[in-house]
Design a protein around this ligand. Structure first.
Ligand SMILES: Cc1ncc(C[n+]2csc(CCOP(=O)(O)OP(=O)(O)O)c2C)c(N)n1
Ligand SMILES: [Mg+2]
Length: 810
């Protein structure tokens, strides 16, 4: 059949008969691919825009990189078709992610960003109006609400900003899509959908593509089907239409991604539009992923500065002979009498004029506003000019009644006839006893923080591997009936009559994909606490791209804030190299606070948070953890929060907090000063040990054994970054006769030392040395041998408490 000449479909692995029949019917029924003359003219007009946009940019800025679409101009009509069809089926919000190729064209002709705003980006003389580094023009995001002319319905389009790292934005787009669906009650994906674009090489090669596809069947992660479009210029130029039928990928991608792939020759615009209509219909019918593979060629080099003839001379000789698709299609329509030559030329000059006029207007712009390129605006959260509504943070404390109420729910089963496991009954009983004693452990503190925010209307989403139970079996946010299969109960959702929902979800075994997804989820609203927990902190490094490219630098590049929380279990407990370190040194190395400058201290604590790129904490008490989680939402702006969380401290009898430390008026303590005998007589103190996290408990035990409680003060730095210069200065002044030691359990080239030392020295104006007590430098984060672990620990505790350790050194 003629229409099949340029279309190939891979779907035989699908074992649902209805779906197979549906596809067959779409592609095997003779005569289905009929276009009216009006549809053909619309298609031609869209091709004109797509083609002439690239030509315009090329004429005006011939030596600028723009990653043009030449050879795959049909991408624009393809996307517009998917959007038109989806809009017709009821979708009113489309979230897109895409790489470099054709991005400016998509912004101009699909999202309809004002052309002058795009052209401005080519003017290097314009000054940036916004803070931060900004980003190159083909990475910026966009948000636009408009009327879809074909359906006459309102549609919102958002293109998510992305780094160069190909495919990294896939899970981010999915997370944002899921959040938008969640907040508008779109439980089946009927109103909000995502479209992901890919290059062929990145689609085949990047594992994140597959991690993201595999989220699509998990209930708390599915976006109910995504339309994927591949700009496939891998096979190069071919005149053989059969090439369009064979999979261009090295493996059987269709089977791996569990989605049908429609291959279509991009030189046949009508076939492309037909396939895109089918893809959008498939998505709205089955709510499953589908891939449209636009088999095309690339007329220029990788970018406009590249010479493709260097490496592919013969192919490019062929390509140079190839007529552009617009010209071919126009000739076809003229020969069919659908348009005549003057009409076609008129269409071209009309669009060229639009471009010229926009360029003239763009010259009036004096300043470049990256804020115009925001993919996720948060209306109402900031003032009209984008500033926080205040520079203060209210007390993060909570009243006794609410603490007791949350504690009660956390230690009970709030539904009838529900049998929990005997071991869990004991855990809940112990929780109940803690609550009766007005005390919390770690799990309870987390419960209180979450539960109280839910009362205030803040949606909470906790995601990661085994988070429902907790890797260390301490959390148990989802109870399982021991007698009824799959019957569960989430007590956190039974706290208050009109509370916000609590989502707790075990993720797939992925870090890169899932962290990206949660980051995307957190982009959608400032009034949600989105938390990703690593199984063990060290596993975050497989998601390093999301951390480096989005979390650490996202605000600087794309002016958007994000309040995601990372919980990273961390601590040297003799468990071996891979379950010990969340790599604090890496997070600290990427903090933007200056180690050499003592900052101004006016409204310091909140201002400092506003200026930082992320907050890094290691809490030593449950109460402090409770406060920092609540502060995350009570702050008038959003910053990512990195928390090194405990393992053994979850059950440590001393790692408990009283309700008194959580009541109204209390707050997060950036530094917890010594409050024992040493603080009573500070002049007699010979050493101040500065530390963070769990080592505090080992230090206090050792100090007690050695009866040195009056000689050595222990100061806990709970907020590592931004660095608490002000509070540490006070500590320094308090102990005038003490030497200063940074003590950590991590190896010297790891942990906090390299970050803390210069900042402590700046704090004290370099008046004294800052000594080190901790493990030696090492390649691996921890020993695999428990005995060595304990020997190392004792060795550095000896250094920490031997008052002569640093004598004679300078
Ligand atoms: C993760 C990652 N690795 C390497 C690169 C460098 N890079 C930029 S474009 C590109 C080629 C992409 O090919 P393809 O996905 O087919 O897209 P095309 O440029 O052909 O449209 C590469 C390797 C990158 N941006 N991201
Ligand atoms: Mg390619």
């Amino acid at each position: 059949m003629a229409y099949c000449q340029h279309i190939g479909v891979e779907f035989m692995f699908i074992n649902d008969l209805e779906q197979c029949q549906w596809i067959r019917q779409k592609f095997e029924t003779p005569g289905v691919m009929q276009f009216t003359n009006e549809e053909k003219r619309t298609l031609l007009a869209r091709l004109v825009r797509s083609t002439r946009f690239e030509e315009f940019l090329h004429r005006k800025w011939s030596s600028e990189k723009r990653f043009g679409l030449e050879g795959c101009e049909v991408l624009i009509p393809a996307l517009k078709t998917i959007i038109d069809k989806s809009s017709q089926k009821g979708v009113d919000y489309v979230i897109m992610g895409m790489p470099h190729r054709g991005r400016l064209n998509v912004l101009a002709n699909v999202i309809r960003k004002e052309l002058e705003q795009i052209f401005c980006q080519f003017d290097s003389k314009l000054e940036a109006a916004d803070e931060g580094s900004g980003d190159v023009k083909y990475h910026l995001g966009m948000y636009h609400r408009r009327i879809n002319r074909v359906t006459d319905r309102t549609i919102t389009l958002s293109l998510v900003a992305n780094p160069s790292h190909l495919e990294a934005s896939n899970p981010v787009v999915q997370g944002k899509t899921k959040a938008e669906q969640f907040y508008c009650g779109d439980t089946e994906g009927k109103k909000v959908m995502s479209i992901l674009l890919h290059g062929d090489a990145a689609f085949a090669g990047q594992g994140i593509v597959y991690e993201t596809f595999h989220l699509s069947d998990l209930p708390s992660y599915t976006t109910h089907g995504t339309v994927h479009v591949v700009v496939n210029n891998q096979i190069g130029f071919t005149t053989d239409p059969r090439m369009a039928r064979s999979s261009p990928y090295p493996t059987d991608v269709a089977r791996v991604v569990n989605a049908p792939i429609f291959h279509v020759n991009a030189d046949d615009p009508e076939a492309v539009v037909y396939v895109c209509n089918v893809a959008a219909e498939w998505r709205s019918t089955f709510h499953k992923d589908v891939v449209v593979d636009l088999v095309c060629y690339r007329r220029n080099g990788h970018n406009e500065m590249d010479e493709p003839m260097f490496t592919q001379p013969l192919m490019y000789k062929q390509i140079r002979k190839q007529k552009p698709v617009l010209q071919k299609y126009a000739e076809t329509l003229v020969s069919q009498g659908v348009v005549n030559q003057p009409e076609y030329e008129e269409e071209i000059s009309k669009y060229d004029k639009i471009c010229e006029e926009a360029l003239a207007r763009s010259k009036d712009e004096k300043i470049l506003h990256i804020k115009h390129w925001l993919d996720s605006p948060w209306p109402g959260f900031f003032t009209l000019d984008g500033q926080p509504r205040s520079m203060t943070c209210p007390s993060t404390g909570l009243n006794e009644e609410d603490l007791a109420h949350i504690g009660k729910v956390a230690s009970s089963v709030p539904v009838e006839n529900f049998t929990i496991h005997g071991g869990l009954s004991r855990i809940l009983k112990t929780r109940g006893e803690l609550v009766n004693n007005r005390t919390v452990d770690w799990a309870l503190a987390e419960y209180m923080a979450f539960g109280s925010l839910l009362k205030e209307g803040i949606h909470i989403r906790l995601s990661g591997q085994d988070v429902e139970r907790g890797t260390f079996s301490h959390r148990h946010h989802v109870l399982h009936d021991q007698n009824v299969d799959k019957r569960t109960c989430i007590p956190m959702n039974h706290l208050w009559p009109n509370q916000a929902p609590y989502t707790v979800c075990n993720s797939s075994l992925s870090e890169y994909g899932v962290l990206g997804f949660e980051l995307g989820f957190a982009m959608a609203s400032p009034n949600a606490l989105v938390v990703w927990e690593a199984q063990f902190g060290d596993f975050h490094n497989t998601a390093q791209c999301i951390i480096d490219q989005f979390i650490c630098s996202g605000q600087a590049k794309w002016v958007r804030q994000n309040g995601i929380v990372l919980l990273l279990p961390h601590g040297m407990e003799g468990m071996g190299p891979e379950h010990s370190s969340a790599r604090p040194e890496r997070f600290l190395q990427m903090c933007n606070d200056d180690p050499d400058v003592f900052p101004k201290l006016d409204d310091f604590d909140v201002r400092q948070l506003y200026d930082c790129n992320w907050i890094v904490v290691n809490c030593s008490t449950p109460a402090n953890f409770f406060h920092v989680v609540r502060r995350q939402i009570l702050l008038p702006f959003r910053k990512p929060l990195i928390v090194f969380t405990p393992k053994s401290l979850l059950r440590h009898p001393e790692a408990r907090s009283s309700f008194d430390d959580m009541l109204p008026g209390t707050h997060f303590q950036r530094v917890i000063p010594e409050n024992g005998p040493a603080a009573q007589n500070p002049e007699g103190v010979k050493r101040v040990l500065f530390c963070t996290g769990k080592i505090y408990y080992e230090l206090t035990r050792e100090r007690k054994t050695r009866e040195m409680e009056a000689d050595v003060a222990i100061t806990r730095v709970e907020q590592l970054s931004p660095f608490p210069f002000d509070l540490l200065l006070k500590e320094f002044h308090k102990y005038p006769n003490a030497d200063l030691v940074w003590c950590q359990e991590e190896h010297k080239n790891q942990g906090y030392y390299d970050y803390v030392k210069p900042r402590l020295r700046t704090t004290i104006d370099r008046a004294k040395p800052v000594w080190y007590a901790g493990r030696e430098p090492a390649a691996a984060p921890a020993t695999g041998n428990k005995k060595n672990h304990l020997t190392e620990l004792q060795r550095f505790l000896d250094t920490a408490f031997n008052l002569d350790s640093f004598k004679g050194l300078s």
